[in-house]
Design a binder for this molecule. Structure first.
Ligand code: SF4
Ligand code: SF4
Length: 429
C-alpha cells in the first residue's frame, strides 16, 4: 500500500505498511483506489457527454460524495466502500447512456458502413481519441478544401453515424490501437490531432505535427481549443499522403442496429442456431498476454457471434470470422463507452427470454488498460453480471482479499494461458 495524502503520513514520506498511521489498511485503500479510478474513467465520459450538452446533476453530486469518502479519517469500512464502487458503476451507466444519446442526437442514426483503410492521394489530417465533437468541428473547418481526414484508433466508430458518413472530407481510417501510435503517427505525413486519452509522449519525428485538444497535452505538441486553422495550414504545408489503401472493414453494429435484429436473433437462439454470444473487447495495450483475446476469438464456434468495442477490437479484427445467419460473426459496436450498447442488447435479450443476463448464453472476455475500463467494469458489477473474464493482468490496486471478495460475489475470473480451455468451459456452461 502507498498513501501520502495527509500530514501525518509515515515519516512524512508515505504510509507504505498496512495499516497506515490513521489505521487505514491495504484493503480499504484498495477499494478507495478502485473508486477513485472508476470516478476518473466516468469523469472522462461525463466530460465528453457534457460537451454534447448532456449532463446529470445526480452524477455530479455522486462524484462529490464519492471523493469525500476517500479523504483522511472518513471511511474505514469495506462494505460501504464496495457499495460506493457499485454506485459508481450505476452512475457510469447513466453517463454512458447520456453519451450514447448525445452522439445520436448530434451526429445522426448509426448504421453498418464500409470504411476504407489506409491513405488516399492528397493532403491529409489524422485524428485520434474519443471526442467525436472535435472530429465534427474539424470537418466543418476543412469543408470545401481538398484535405482528406482519416480517423485513427478509437475515432474509427465515428464513421457509423449518418452525418460523419455523409461528410465528403472524412474519407477513411488509418492505423490501429493507441499503443502503435509512435510508429503510425511517424509514418503519416500530415498533422495528427489527439483529442483525448490515450496519447503517448511523441518522439521528435512527429512532435512538431502533433496537436492535442484542451486538457490533453504533451511535450513538443501544440494545444488547441476549437480552432483548427494551424492544423489545416500544416496539412497544406506537409507532404501529401500517398495512395495506399490497405483494406476495407465493416463497422457500425451500434446497439440500435442490433436491436433491430432482435426478433431474428431471439428466434435463432430458440431454434438452437446460435451457440453463444461473446463480448470480447475493451482496451488494447502493449503488455504481454493480449494474444489471449485473439486466440479466444479465433476459436469461437461458427454458430456464435462476437461483439466487440473499444480499441480491444484491433487485437481481434484482422481475422476472417465469416458470417452466420446473414450477419458477420464479428460485430463492432463502437467505442469503449458503447459498452452501454452491449449492456442494452444483453438486457433486451434477457427480457425477451424472461431470464437474467447471467442466464443468457453470453460470455464476457474483457481486456482492460486504464480508468475508463475500470468505470465500465464497475458498471458490469453494479448490474450483477457474473463470470467476467478480465485480463491480461489483474489490477495492481486490487488486494488479494478484495479480489477474493469479487470472486466470491461476482465469480470474477482472470485470463491465463489457456484461452481454448477457457472457451470450451464457457461453451459447456
Ligand atoms: S490518510 Fe492514513 S494512510 Fe493515508 S497518509 Fe494519512 S495517515 Fe497515512
Ligand atoms: S479503449 Fe481504453 S485503451 Fe483503448 S483508446 Fe479507449 S481508453 Fe484508451
Amino acid at each position: 500500500m502507498y498513501c501520502n495524502q495527509c500530514e501525518q503520513t509515515f515519516h512524512q514520506t508515505g504510509c507504505v505498511k498496512s495499516p497506515g498511521v490513521c489505521g487505514k489498511d491495504a484493503d480499504v485503500q484498495s477499494l478507495q483506489e478502485t473508486l477513485l479510478f472508476g470516478l476518473k474513467g466516468m469523469s472522462a465520459y461525463a466530460h465528453h457527454a457534457r460537451r454534447l450538452g448532456k449532463s446529470d446533476e445526480q452524477v455530479s453530486a455522486f462524484i462529490e460524495e464519492a471523493l469525500f469518502s476517500t479523504m483522511t479519517n472518513v471511511n474505514f469500512d469495506l462494505e460501504t466502500l464496495l457499495n460506493l464502487c457499485l454506485e459508481c458503476g450505476k452512475m457510469n451507466l447513466r453517463v454512458m447512456e447520456l453519451l450514447d444519446t448525445g452522439h445520436i442526437e448530434m451526429f445522426g442514426q448509426p448504421a453498418p458502413v464500409k470504411v476504407k483503410e489506409g491513405t488516399q492521394a492528397g493532403p491529409g489530417i489524422l485524428i485520434s481519441g474519443h471526442d467525436l465533437l472535435d472530429l465534427w468541428n474539424l470537418l466543418q473547418q476543412v469543408a470545401g478544401t481538398n484535405i482528406k481526414v482519416y480517423t485513427h484508433g478509437e475515432m474509427l466508430p465515428a464513421h457509423m453515424y449518418a452525418k460523419f458518413h455523409q461528410h465528403p472530407n472524412l474519407v477513411g481510417h488509418y492505423g490501429g490501437a493507441w499503443q502503435n501510435q509512435k510508429k503510425e503517427f511517424a509514418a503519416f505525413p500530415g498533422p495528427v490531432i489527439m483529442t483525448t486519452n490515450c496519447v503517448l509522449i511523441p518522439p521528435e519525428s512527429y512532435q512538431g505535427r502533433l496537436y492535442t485538444m484542451r486538457s490533453v497535452a504533451v511535450p513538443g505538441g501544440q494545444r488547441l481549443d476549437q480552432d483548427f486553422s494551424p492544423v489545416i495550414a500544416e496539412a497544406l504545408r506537409c507532404e501529401p499522403c500517398k495512395e495506399n489503401i490497405v483494406g476495407e472493414s465493416t463497422i457500425g453494429f451500434h446497439r440500435s442496429v442490433l436491436l433491430n435484429y432482435a426478433p431474428t436473433i431471439i428466434d435463432a437462439v430458440k431454434a438452437g442456431k446460435i451457440s453463444r454470444f461473446f463480448v470480447i473487447g475493451g482496451c488494447d495495450g502493449a503488455e504481454k498476454g493480449r494474444n489471449y483475446f485473439s486466440d479466444y476469438a479465433q476459436n469461437t464456434p461458427p454458430d456464435s457471434f462476437i461483439l466487440t468495442l473499444g480499441c480491444g477490437k484491433f487485437r481481434i479484427r484482422d481475422h476472417d470470422y465469416g458470417q452466420h445467419l446473414g450477419l458477420p460473426r464479428l460485430m463492432d459496436m463502437g467505442q469503449c463507452n458503447d459498452a452501454y450498447g452491449a449492456i442494452s442488447v444483453a438486457v433486451a435479450l434477457a427480457k425477451a427470454f424472461n431470464c437474467s443476463v447471467n442466464d443468457l448464453p453470453l460470455t464476457l472476455v474483457i481486456s482492460w488498460f486504464e480508468q475508463k475500463a475500470v468505470a465500465v467494469f464497475l458498471t458490469l458489477l453494479y448490474l450483477g453480471v457474473k463470470g467476467i473474464t478480465l485480463g491480461p493482468n489483474p489490477p495492481a490496486f486490487i488486494t488479494p482479499k478484495i479480489f477474493e471478495l469479487l470472486q466470491k460475489q461476482f465469480d470474477l475470473r482472470l485470463t491465463g494461458n489457456d484461452p481454448q480451455g477457457d472457451l470450451q468451459r464457457a461453451l459447456a456452461a
